[in-house]
Design a protein around this ligand. Structure first.
Ligand SMILES: Nc1ncnc2c1ncn2[C@@H]1O[C@H](COP(=O)(O)OP(=O)(O)OP(=O)(O)O)[C@@H](O)[C@H]1O
Ligand SMILES: [Mg+2]
Length: 463
């Protein structure tokens, strides 16, 4: 239940309020002056403060102004005598939640306090959710003990408070979106929206209406006004993911927005201010795209004011262990498991793997292993099916030994197998090996193998 502070220099008034509110189930504290009240607020962190306007010493209004302007600010209800309603209105303008006119009426008190307490609850809930969100994207929550990742985090810390455009480059699954979010949630734009667009996922003919929005009648089918993503991100950050996939024409328009800081909806006459920070990401080599004429050079330079290169996981294998513990913890929580760690053989397999899907793939491997493991330790069995280990043996199933092998021996073996499989019918055997009859026959001769329809056993080599 909510905590309430009642501040009044008249003790009868305090007692009445205390009784009424305690009957409603609130936890109530009282103070007989604004000075003591301020103290009480500091100590008890009440959700709601009910204070008299006129008191000896500091007034209710002064108290309102003295309450620290932080996230724990209580909802303040000002009590005032009939003649001074205008001051109460003034108080509301200065941030009080509401006022109560004296003489107080029980029903009005109860209702007003209830509303104030509800607002305080919502505010707290909001702060809790925000903390959770910001905590998730705290820079120190990003894993990266390796030299390369430390450099990345250094740059990210430096640029996050600015509005500078950032280009994030890296293979798929290296954490581009995570860094983009961290940049946003560690900036003073963090309470404004972070809007992510995957440029590769939107068809070319729709991308501009998505980004810039449109006015009714801009094209057939545009019945209502649509606000574009640039406008939705106003005050915040627009994350243009896979920017390398944007059509050239759209690139031109984005460049213009970056320069003019305003956008125009499709079919619209007026421009709208767009205070948007752009973070772009790509797994393509944009410089190469530029040299192939697929990406505008001027836009490229505009975007890469700051470039963050995310190294592939295989180049920072020293981070694998921390990632493993991090993901084990994440999925223990999610699946209600109690996996403690991973054994040495499994760890070695992870270290030896080349991770084409980078961290996303590692996360997936650990998620599955946590789910599947029957013991409290992940073993090779829990992960090996996910590590599509490269086939050292190739399709022949033969691994070339260090000392080399006799190729003719192999060839002879295959020819023999083909003959056996086709009941010694040479034409069939030739087909099995994808050879012309002539070529095959030549080899039969060379290896001294008979072709015979009668024998069902492979004829021996002629000496
Ligand atoms: N340094 C890191 N610390 C913690 N988690 C990470 C880190 N890097 C990546 N991850 C996690 O790995 C997963 C993949 O990251 P993300 O989606 O950011 O990659 P991406 O580069 O955008 O991939 P894609 O190119 O496939 O879109 C996410 O679950 C992310 O939280
Ligand atoms: Mg991504």
């Amino acid at each position: 239940m909510a905590v309430i502070a009642v501040i009044d220099d008249e003790h009868r008034q305090r007692d009445i309020l205390k009784t009424i509110l305690e009957d409603e189930g609130y936890e109530v504290y009282t103070a007989s002056s604004a000075e003591d009240g301020l103290d009480l607020i500091g100590k008890m962190n009440p959700d709601v403060v009910i204070t008299d306007l006129k008191m000896g010493g500091m007034s209710g209004m002064q108290l309102l102004e003295a309450i620290p302007d932080d996230s724990l600010q209580p909802a303040v209800i000002m009590m005032t005598a009939y003649g001074t309603i205008s001051s109460a209105v003034e108080a509301v303008k200065k941030g009080a939640f509401d006022y109560l006119a004296k003489p107080l009426e029980k029903d009005v008190i109860v209702l007003t306090v209830k509303k104030a307490a509800e607002r305080a609850r919502l505010l707290k809930e909001n702060i809790r959710l925000q903390d959770e969100l910001f905590g998730k994207f705290k820079m120190d929550g990003i894993i990266g003990g390796s030299q390369k990742m430390r450099e990345v985090i250094e740059i990210a810390k430096k640029v996050s408070p600015t509005t500078v455009t950032v280009l994030i480059q890296g293979e798929s699954g290296t954490g581009k979106e995570l860094i983009a979010r961290a940049l946003h949630y560690n900036s003073n734009r963090k309470t404004a929206p972070f809007v992510a667009v995957n440029c590769a996922a939107i068809p070319d003919n729709l991308i501009e209406s998505e980004l810039f929005g449109y006015e009714p009648g801009a094209f057939t089918g545009a019945a209502h006004r649509k606000v574009g993503l640039f406008e939705s991100a106003n005050g915040g950050t627009l994350f243009l993911d896979e920017i390398g996939d944007l059509p050239l024409l759209t690139q031109t328009k984005i460049l213009r927005v970056l320069q003019d800081k305003e956008i125009r909806r499709l079919g619209g006459k007026d421009s709208v201010k767009a205070d948007v920070r752009i973070i772009a990401a790509t797994n393509k080599d944009l410089e190469k795209e530029v040299s192939h004429g697929k990406f505008r050079e001027d836009l490229y330079y505009r975007l890469k004011v700051v470039t963050i290169e995310l190294p592939p996981l295989r180049e920072r294998k020293e981070d694998i262990e921390s990632f493993v513990s991090f993901f084990i913890e994440r999925y223990n929580k999610e699946f209600g498991k109690r996996i403690k760690g991973i054994n040495e053989t499994a760890k070695k397999a992870l270290m030896d793997y080349h991770w084409p899907g980078n961290i996303r793939q590692l996360e997936f491997v650990i998620e599955r292993a946590v789910l599947m493991s029957d013991t409290d330790t992940i073993s090779l069995n829990d992960i090996k099916s996910e590590l599509r280990l490269p086939q050292a043996k190739g399709i022949s199933g033969i691994e070339i030994p260090d000392e080399g092998l006799d190729f003719e021996e192999l060839e002879r073996d295959l020819i023999k197998q083909a003959m056996l499989k086709s009941n010694n019918v040479a034409a069939k055997a030739a087909r099995l090996l994808g050879m012309s009859y002539k070529t095959f026959w030549y080899r039969l001769e060379k290896f001294g193998i008979h072709a015979s329809v009668k024998e069902d056993k492979l004829p021996e080599k002629r000496n």
